[in-house]
Design a protein around this ligand. Sequence first.
Ligand SMILES: Nc1ncnc2c1ncn2[C@@H]1O[C@H](COP(=O)(O)OP(=O)(O)OP(=O)(O)O)[C@@H](O)[C@H]1O
Ligand SMILES: [Mg+2]
Length: 367
Amino acid sequence: MKNPFRYGIIVDEPFFIDREDEQKDITQWLTTKQSIVLYSPRRYGKSSLMLKLLNQFKKNGYNTVYVDFFKVHSKTKFVELFYQEILKTLQPWEKAIKQINQFVKKIKPVISFGDDGNPLIGLQSSDSMSDISEVFDLPQKLAKDKPWIVVFDEFQDVAKLNGDSFEKELRAALIHHDNVGYVFMGSQSNMLLNMFTHPNKAFYQFAKMLELKKINKDIMVDYVSDHFNSTDFNIKIDEAKNIVDIADNIPHYVQYLASAVWETAIESRQVYPNTIQTAVSKILNNQLDYFSSMYQGLTPQQQKVLLALRSESEGIFTDKYKKKYNLSALSTTQRAIERLIHLGMIEKESGSYQFSDPFFKEWLKTI
Ligand SMILES: Nc1ncnc2c1ncn2[C@@H]1O[C@H](COP(=O)(O)OP(=O)(O)OP(=O)(O)O)[C@@H](O)[C@H]1O
Ligand SMILES: [Mg+2]
């Protein structure tokens, strides 16, 4: 019997639920070539949603490109990944290469073959990367017969490439692409938002902003309950709710905890309240060293703010909160919050602060 929950990978049905409104909106915008920024805290399901949509677009006759900037550590790497995706979408590759070569003069793709016989793209080492606008322009130039959708995931990582000049070059090219819909995605919301909303930045007001929210809680609870039931496990609705609550209803963590609870209950096939506690304890035990070194690396002020946040996530800048948790001056708390966000430990969510990893919060409750 297979575990009916999935995490840590891109998911599709039957592990992918909801997001109907988002799918409808994004499809509509991209069909009219309206570029968008899709952002959310980490692990809400951006990549899964977008890859699902790209499959749909492919079926409807679009050419698609998906580049994950997490993997892009140089301009050369960007061009290789970009070519690879274009090659994939324009198969067969012999024809694709001809099409690409028609439009690029300076940076020609070089094909070699991997052990599995699949073509691999490389570049001539002599190629200069000082101006890669002809590469950016490819989707637009190739879009004579079919429209294109180009997705840049983890786009805030563009900062790794001497971000400003790359951003400017990219934006200078993209502004002319009326046959291509672009999607910029990212998780470190602050950085990504800044790139599109700050007047000094190259991509200022370039795309429509769309925040991906959590999945409706009742739908998530039903998902957990249904997937236990489908493998003949008994679970009461209160227990399914409890799993979703502990995971702060973050899709990844709901699936992660539900999966661990399923493993824990595999003998009895019955989920009791203490089954969930056992699963949580196992997860915390596995991450003990990691959590404690994260915590030890913080200043006393930052630690105090985290300890306060584990109990109460709203009203942190009020006098009442400050007194209750014995915090220092407002400016100190503000600095601590900024630092904790920068470290990826907490994130702003609808006006309150949430732990990026709900199990870190659970661990803080044990100290
Ligand atoms: N629509 C969904 N229904 C159910 N679970 C989902 C859904 N979308 C995502 N998940 C869960 O969340 C996990 C993370 O999804 P995904 O990688 O798509 O999110 P992300 O926002 O791109 O994350 P990251 O910030 O790490 O890039 C998945 O492995 C899955 O467990
Ligand atoms: Mg992602």
